[in-house]
Structure formats: structure tokens, C-alpha cells
Design a binder for this molecule. Sequence first.
Ligand code: HEM
Length: 162
Amino acid sequence: MTGFNDFAIARALHVFSVLIWIGGVAFVTLVLLPACRDLAAPREQLALFERLEHRFAPIARWTVLLAGLSGLWLTWRLGAWERFADPLGWWWMHGMVAVWSLFALMLFVLEPFVLPRLFARLAERDPEALMARVQRLHRVLLAASLLVVLGAVAGSHGGWRF
Ligand code: HEM
């Protein structure tokens, strides 16, 4: 058998991009952010965090884009659109789209256009509260992403059919 298995390649690209993206989110949430809060004075924590984390932003944008495109390709090749009519049975399909949409909103809209001004204002008032909030938001996003990763790997291999 020879040939070009676009479905397998799309699946490989999907997992590859999710790996780099969610792995990066785990590192930022569990290592980088707590380290910035430990190492700098309250008024300098946000600036330090932004200076280090901004290197990950383009990586996150490209991998989110690739995960979305490969995900759409997989959905189309599987003819899996009707899964979206059954949110309970296919919760992890909805979970993937929900997690993707949250990050896309964050990376392509809020982070470049809304957060800089908002964060500057909040940091002025109470920098420690802001950093605690940033950390909480990262933890919630990471937890949701990991739950969806577990659900999607098990689900793609028949794990939720009893
Ligand atoms: C627009 C967004 C997305 C779409 C349309 C999409 C679609 C899909 C489809 C159709 C599959 C194959 C399911 C099957 O074989 O039955 C899949 C697999 C998978 N997706 Fe997504 N996905 C998206 C985003 C995400 C996100 C954000 C994550 C991670 C949080 C994710 C993680 C996974 C994983 C881990 C698999 C399983 C791969 C395997 O074990 O073979 N996807 N996705």
C-alpha cells in the first residue's frame, strides 16, 4: 500500500500543535508565573512576567491556528458534524471547540487589544491582587484544557462508548 494518508497526517499535526500549545500553558501556569511572583517586588511582577511570556505568544498563536485547521479537517474527513448535535454524548468535541475559542479570543483579541490597558489600570491599584487573578485565570484555563485532552484522547479511541 502506498499513498498519502491525509487523515493520519491531520491527526498528527493536531496532536503536535496541541502538545506545544497546552504544554506551554502548563509551563507558564505552573513554573513561570509563580516564579515571577516569588522573584520580583509586587509592582514589578507584571512587567517581568510579560517580558518573559511574550516570547511564547507567537508560538501559541501559530499552534492554536494549526490545531484549529487540523481539527476542522478531521471533523470534515470524519463527517463528524452531527456530533455537535449531541452535547452530552460528545462533550469532548464541544470541549475542544470551547477551549479553542477561549484561547483564540484571548490570543487574537483580548491580549493585543484589551488587556494591556486594563492590566495597567488594575496594576496601578493593587498589583498583588492582579497577579493572583492572572494566576487563577491560567489555572482554570489549564485545568479545562487538560480535561479536554484526556476526554479527546479517550473519546477518539472509543473510550466514552459503553
Ligand atoms: C476548533 C477546534 C477543534 C476541532 C474542530 C477539533 C476536532 C477534532 C477531531 C474531529 C478529532 C478526531 C476525533 C475522532 O477521531 O473521533 C480530534 C482529536 C483530538 N483533539 Fe481536537 N479539535 C479542536 C481543538 C482541540 C483542542 C483545543 C484540543 C486540546 C485541548 C484538542 C485535542 C485533541 C486530542 C488530544 C485529540 C485526540 C487525538 C488522538 O488521540 O487520536 N483538539 N479533534
